[in-house]
Design a protein around this ligand. Structure first.
Ligand code: DGY
Length: 324
């Protein structure tokens, strides 16, 4: 099928260059809203297109896939994480699913470094002092934080993003430790000077900083639960740029409030933007609104990946970023 005959439905407003290119290439129905579709709108969209381009926030679940129109053949996700899509149901129905890996790696790793520095170096408190006109000059004991040089960073999930963080952290003089389903090839491990821990529990007990970089799946839900949080040092910090569901947010809040953990820097939350209000109150928590990958360059490259996936599929080939 010629790609111009492909009815492509995009669920949210995308960067302008991506939308322009899509209009040139496909019979595309764009959205002018920055918000995800309602369930009803999503169900309707899925009945009436050949290709759906959803984003995080569009819950493409079993029921919606079951009720999808017979023409829906490709779900080309605009994003790398696909925990909002029931991929096995889609595959069962003969619907191909793709995502946009690689292009978010460096931006996410950059932001993870900003988060690694944020709480130990008390950046939020410093900014607040200035903004509230409360700064009365330099003082030997003012806003003392903790050094990160020489500390041990544990990376949970050593995929592309985990490795990009390891490279940066190594340049900061941080010691790299990691836990992953599979150990890295020895050459790669050596180049990152990374220590592998088969046991997550054992790694947690020994590190000063934990960076979460694993995807959200049924087996990683609440991987960092109350029991595991208690294994960590009281002086340790948690950084999450992956998915909020990996941490039991209520348990984390309790530990931070009671001083059983030093701090947390979070870009993602267990229930999206419905954040535990007690977490927001804490000085030792630095929060960002899921913006680790938010660069214009990255968002355009994500769009380019979506376009290549759709084009390859419409040409009858296997799209490069197929999820199996
Ligand atoms: C993704 O693509 O999964 C990111 O979390 C969006 O920033």
């Amino acid at each position: 099928m010629n790609s111009k005959q492909f009815k492509v439905r995009v669920t949210r407003q995308l960067p302008e260059p991506v939308e322009t290119r899509m209009k040139e290439l496909f019979d595309v129905n764009l959205s002018n809203s920055p918000y995800p579709l309602s369930r009803k709108e999503l169900a309707k969209a899925m009945k009436d297109c050949d290709v759906l381009v959803p984003t995080i926030g569009d819950k493409v679940d079993k029921e919606l896939i079951n009720e999808a129109g017979k023409n829906l053949k490709l779900i080309a996700n605009y994003g790398v994480g696909f925990d909002h899509i029931d991929v096995s149901k889609a595959l069962q129905k003969g619907i191909t699913v793709t995502n946009t890996p690689n292009v978010l790696t460096e931006d996410t790793a950059d932001m993870a470094m900003a988060l690694i520095l944020s709480v130990p170096r008390r950046i939020k408190e410093g900014v607040k002092k200035l903004e509230d006109d409360q700064w009365d000059g330099w003082a030997p004991n003012a806003l003392l934080g903790h050094r990160i040089y020489g500390k041990r960073l544990g990376i949970l999930g050593m995929g592309r993003i985990g490795q990009a963080i390891a490279k940066r952290a190594k340049a900061f003089g941080i010691q790299i430790h990691y836990h992953n389903r599979n150990r890295l090839p020895i050459k790669l491990e050596e180049s990152l000077e990374a220590t592998y821990w088969e046991s997550l529990d054992q790694m947690l007990a020994r590190i000063d900083l934990l960076s979460i970089n694993a995807p959200h799946t049924p087996s990683t839900f609440h991987l960092i639960n109350a029991r595991r949080l208690k294994l960590m040092k009281k002086t340790a910090y948690i950084i999450n740029t992956a998915r909020g569901e990996l941490i039991d947010e209520n348990a984390l809040t309790r530990m931070l409030r009671s001083g059983q953990l030093a701090g947390a820097a979070l870009d993602v939350f267990e229930k999206g933007n419905d954040i535990n209000p007690r977490l927001k109150e804490l000085d030792n928590v630095f929060m960002l609104p899921h913006m680790s990958s938010a660069t214009i360059e990255g968002r355009i490259e994500m769009g380019e990946k979506v376009i290549v996936n759709i084009q390859t599929f419409s040409d009858g080939h296997t799209p490069p970023d197929i999820i199996l």
